[in-house]
Ligand binder design. Sequence first.
Ligand SMILES: Cc1cc2nc3c(=O)[nH]c(=O)nc-3n(C[C@H](O)[C@H](O)[C@H](O)COP(=O)(O)OP(=O)(O)OC[C@H]3O[C@@H](n4cnc5c(N)ncnc54)[C@H](O)[C@@H]3O)c2cc1C
Length: 292
Amino acid sequence: MKPVVVVGGGIVGACVAYQVARAGVPVTVIFRDGGVTPLSFAWIGTGPPWPGGASDLSGFILTDWLALASSVPGVDVRWSGDDGAVDPVAVTRALLRAARGLGARTVSGASVSAVRDGLVSSSAGQLPASTVVVAAGTGTTGLCPSVAVPASPAFRLRVRAPRGLVPGIVATEHFDVREASPGLLLATAPLGADRSPAGLRTLAGQTTDRLRAAFGGGPRLPGGELRLLDWAVGQRPMPPGGPVIGWVSPGVYVAVMHSAICLAPVAARLIAEEIVTGRPSPALAACHSRPV
Ligand SMILES: Cc1cc2nc3c(=O)[nH]c(=O)nc-3n(C[C@H](O)[C@H](O)[C@H](O)COP(=O)(O)OP(=O)(O)OC[C@H]3O[C@@H](n4cnc5c(N)ncnc54)[C@H](O)[C@@H]3O)c2cc1C
């Protein structure tokens, strides 16, 4: 039996691979690198805006994350009221590991050059496929030219801080921040017009100053001063008008969405159902009807 081949090893590809494997269907995941997922703030929130078909999925976000956390070792959600947060790298790895445990094959460090009905062409060779699922984030358009996936840049910084300084997830006009692990803050800040290396360094410094002003932090606190560690810009796949999920040509299925940390578990559960049963999912109808 030819496997389902999932192109993409970010949060979407990992969730889809896990759910397909869990349904007892052979699956191969192929990807070049971790994509933008490792740079995510990885906040699992349920508040709007949820454009297009995302609004039909948003009500399932928490229950699908709870289900994954209770069934997949290594999927740990830090809850803060109704919101949660994850380590996106650890969770993606845990899902791929769980998929492998169910018989999936992973091919990492490989570039896919073309997909078509029944076949994926890649630097690791030709992979026969019963279905190809393109979960390639901003790389989706390169493989499926009819699917427009603009990349939207977002800024993330990491700051060393006294343990426990920031309670839960704090969202303000100038930054969102949370403690990712004891003594390590993850923060985002709106990008300004100056995106040069010097401009980004300034934004990182300003945001660290704002964190100091908001939370204190200094030699008198155990653990000492807030210290900027590093910063990066990640390119988020952001299809205009909401998730694009569904068949784009015979044998080729696309799964690309914004706020994929939130949406990937529910989307992947429904995607696997559609692919395995052949029956369209009503909850994905608005994602299918997105113009591509
Ligand atoms: C700073 C920042 C903060 C964010 N905060 C949040 C948040 O709080 N909550 C939230 O829900 N979302 C957030 N996001 C968005 C979220 O991170 C993304 O929606 C999500 O990571 C996208 O996952 P993905 O699997 O679709 O894409 P990716 O993680 O980019 O994965 C794409 C995969 O496809 C592979 N690929 C692509 N093209 C090819 C090819 N030709 N050949 C082989 N492999 C290929 C890549 O190697 C990669 O494995 C944030 C993003 C950023 C940058």
